[in-house]
Ligand binder design. Structure first.
Ligand SMILES: [Zn+2]
Length: 95
């Protein structure tokens, strides 16, 4: 391997790292892992609506009060591909 090709490869690796780290920073997704074996290899198999209610949004700062938002709580059922067991997680969505 020549020196210029090593530098080129180094820059390429750096670019790949920057790309992945940047992507990770832009999309901070919550990794759901199996509660039994902690494997991330899980799939959502069911989604059930638990409750939906109107909530007042906080931090609007206006004395007239914040806007009302619909808050929906789901119970998600996941199945783990690693150990085959199922588990549930609650998800709160605000629209
Ligand atoms: Zn598992």
């Amino acid at each position: 391997m020549t020196i210029p090709s090593m530098i080129f490869a180094g820059i390429l690796i750096l670019l790949v790292i920057v790309f992945f780290v940047g992507d990770w920073l832009r999309n901070p997704r919550v990794e759901i892992t199996c509660v039994h074996c902690e494997s991330p290899d899980v799939v959502e198999v069911n989604r059930e609506l638990v409750s939906s209610r109107m909530v007042e949004s906080l931090g609007s700062g206006s004395p007239a009060g914040g806007s009302l938002q619909l808050q929906i709580t789901y119970e998600l059922t996941f199945r783990c591909h690693a150990c085959g067991k199922a588990f549930t997680r609650q998800l709160v969505e605000t629209n």
